[in-house]
Write a protein that binds this ligand. Sequence first.
Ligand code: NIG
Ligand code: FE
Length: 411
Amino acid sequence: MTSNGGSARLLVRDLAQLVTPAGRGAPLRGADLGRVDVVEDAFLLCDDGVVARTGRMRELDRVEGDTVEIDGRGLCAIPGLVDCHTHACFAGDRVDEFALRASGASYEELHAHGGGIMSTVRATRAASEEELLDIVGRHREWMLRAGTTTFEGKSGYGLDLDTELASLRAVRAAGGVATWLGAHAVPPEFDDADSYLDFALADVLPHAAEVAEAADVFVERGAFDVMEARRYLEACRGAGLALRLHGDQFTEQGAVELAVDLGARSIDHLEATGENGVRSLAASDVTGVLLPASALFLGRPMPPARALVDGGAAVALATDFNPGSAFCESLPLVCSLAATQLELSPAEALGACTVNAAHVLGRADRVGRLEPGYAADVVLLDAPDWRYLAYHLGADVVAGTIVRGVAGELR
Ligand code: NIG
Ligand code: FE
């Protein structure tokens, strides 16, 4: 496949299957999450960056004018994947820590001894803005190769004015949706969470709110408690940001109740969420973002995905791509984990990292579906059946992507 950079129209013909979530609206819940429309022997026509038509090959009329054609034989088209939770802006790595964890050290111990998040904060503060731009651009390429055509990226490894803003700008420059994770950890130059928040809310928030679309906080022992999180989130909401939380990753601290009370967009992780948390999330408009690659990477329990979906909660899937708890940018792998570890069907997994993830990012009206009027963001799977997305564990299942109607190289 060659790039159609110059042409406004793109036709993918003879696809084995074209698949899109079937349920209407967003977020998809309950049985609606598991419904997909599958068209066999299909075509996809994109015009000016949006989907113009889809259907069966026999319904395809002659396409007039300057159109780039892609031979879709042996391929399946699904919507471009949406990664609604990444920490894509970080410098350095934590491979030494990874090796220590492999021989028994715990993530929480490393964190408590100044490793973990703070070691990435030191590396990220030492990087120039230009370096951060390069890094996020490289991470964006990794994500794209894995089929992610829309990504969110958090700050949170700066925790000072300059690095936080440079991180948010780097995410935006790479085409990502920026989230200010201003309350990720308390940096060592502050005595306690409250004095750090005094600074962050007075000095960083007014600028962060001009670049970011949402704010996020890590609610956990050793990070921020619910009182501190409430203070941070209420100020961020006042500045016009959507609200997100890292909650119930290791322990239940009341993050679900806080998320529901504040009308947050999402609460993410939920590995430690019990029955009451499942019930209150299910009765709310807050989306539970499940991060099974993070649970796997840290050897933690998986979140109660089946109970959430069966209870009627809105759930999304994301990678949590970051250097410490999930060095993984692959949503196809996350879909495999969803099917093998979370008891979600391939169809539920697809809906969770397309429509529902787009909903978390406030974009469900324009990305996440292969339907006329939606962004022509497409993953072409190298597979005879689209469910290979989850089935082909750890494989290079993405043959190529189309972003806003422009096709990349097919491998
Ligand atoms: O989502 N839990 C907090 N933040 C990240 C991990 C960050 C890190 O380890 O660098 C997470 O898992
Ligand atoms: Fe995270």
